[in-house]
Design a protein around this ligand. Structure first.
Ligand code: SF4
Length: 403
């Protein structure tokens, strides 16, 4: 798919926009002032695949801890960009805590939460001048729930004077877009280079997010950060987020993504990152891990064998991925098929790099194995799973070059 043309913005050593791959971001949910917990969560998020991590910087204690956490990360060998999330008092914290301002790789500000009246421009100018001083990019992040109220009031008034007033939603989108683009123009007027600006407009409703980002993408060439905000938890949040982001990404819109999930009790924070990875890999935009192609099963499958095998292969991949990546070039692109019977089994197995098609209800434990489009062997009996794992390992050794 053709990506929208944008400028390229450097965040630390990471590039966002232009032809760079779509970047996965996430955000911690520990109190930043708690240096130890936040450091460990950032490490966990990075280890799971986050390429940039945002921290809340909401107090003096958080600003002090931010500098320390970043220092600790760099000493531990993690170069990934760390972004500071500022609302209401960003101008104060960035001025008073230069170590925090200097160590952060990007500042995220929401023009709706920078101040009102004359304070708005003053605080905004102060943040931009600090970004310039330390050569940092800024994300101008608009949220549907915290639009610039002064601007919204002006647009509502102007709309009411039109002969044919726009629908309320259109005024709402217009306000979000104007707030983002006016703020970007103001930042440039204050001397921030255009290639230091990223924009996001987040909404909590899929249709609003699609409409507003499609309009925004036509009006500027800043890289766009995508995310459905307040998406909810579990399956609803995952499906709402991925459906919205997939549509935009498929249209070439979006340079960095975050999936915001309300954590369920016991759910790791890394879930957000895992969902981003699956989304980008499903769209063929990034490659993180071998793919397991498995059928849903139906009345032709009398046992759970193929389900067990598919689950065991997924676990095997999880257990070995780190080691495989260190050892074999391109292992992320491996495709393994596990199919329940001969209806679609041989076809899907032939399309995969290696696949097994179990025989189905009537024929007992039999599985035909295909490799690179050709029939290889039929496995039989109780050792089918063990034998297939051996074939899989041997296929990897023979077909992926060592690093
Ligand atoms: S491959 Fe066979 S078992 Fe799997 S869903 Fe299709 S018909 Fe059913």
């Amino acid at each position: 798919m053709k990506r929208r043309k944008t400028r390229q913005v450097k965040i630390g050593s990471l590039s966002i926009g232009s032809k760079s791959p779509v970047v996965i971001q996430t955000m911690t949910n520990t109190p930043t002032a708690d240096q130890s917990r936040t450091f460990h969560q950032v490490v966990e998020l990075i280890e799971s695949g986050a390429e940039a991590v945002r921290l809340t910087v909401n107090s003096e204690a958080a600003a002090v801890a931010t500098g320390k956490i970043i220092g600790q990360l760099r000493r531990a060998g993690y170069p990934q960009p760390i972004i500071g999330d500022f609302h209401y008092n960003g101008h104060v914290l960035l001025s008073r805590f230069p170590e925090c301002a200097q160590q952060l790789d990007k500042y995220r500000i929401n023009p709706g939460n920078v101040g009102h009246g004359s304070g708005h421009q003053e605080h905004f100018a102060q943040i931009i001048s600090i970004a310039k001083k330390w050569n940092k990019p800024v994300r101008i992040g608009i949220n549907g729930g915290s639009l610039d109220q002064d601007l919204l009031a002006k647009l509502i008034q102007a709309n009411s004077r039109r002969k044919k007033p726009l629908a309320d939603k259109e005024v709402f989108y217009k306000c979000a877009i104007a707030s983002a683009l006016d703020s970007a123009a103001l930042a440039q007027k204050y001397g921030l280079a255009a290639n230091k600006i990223i924009i996001s407009i987040k909404m909590s409703n899929v249709q609003d997010l699609l409409a507003v980002n499609a309009q925004l993408a036509k009006k500027c060439d800043y890289p766009l950060h995508l995310g459905l905000t307040e998406a909810g938890s579990d399956i609803e949040g995952i499906i709402a987020s991925t459906s919205a982001l997939a549509i935009l990404l498929q249209q070439g819109i979006g340079d960095t993504i975050r999936i915001s999930l309300t954590p369920q009790p016991g759910m790791p924070r890394t879930r957000e990152v895992e969902v981003c990875k699956v989304l980008l890999q499903s769209l063929g935009m990034r490659s993180y891990s071998p793919t397991v192609i498995s059928c849903p099963g139906c009345g032709r499958t009398s046992s759970d064998d193929y389900q067990d095998l598919a689950a065991q292969i997924k676990q095997h991949i999880k257990n070995h991925l780190k080691q495989w990546k260190e050892r074999y070039i391109g292992i992320e692109g491996l495709k393994i098929a596990v199919m329940g019977c001969v209806v679609n089994g041989p076809g899907e197995s032939r399309h995969a790099d290696i696949g097994i098609s179990l025989a189905g209800e009537k024929n007992g434990k039999i599985g035909a194995v295909y490799q690179q489009g050709h029939y290889l062997v039929t496995l039989k009996g109780a050792s089918i799973k063990k034998d297939f794992f051996k074939l899989l390992e041997s296929f990897i050794r023979k077909n992926y070059s060592a690093r």
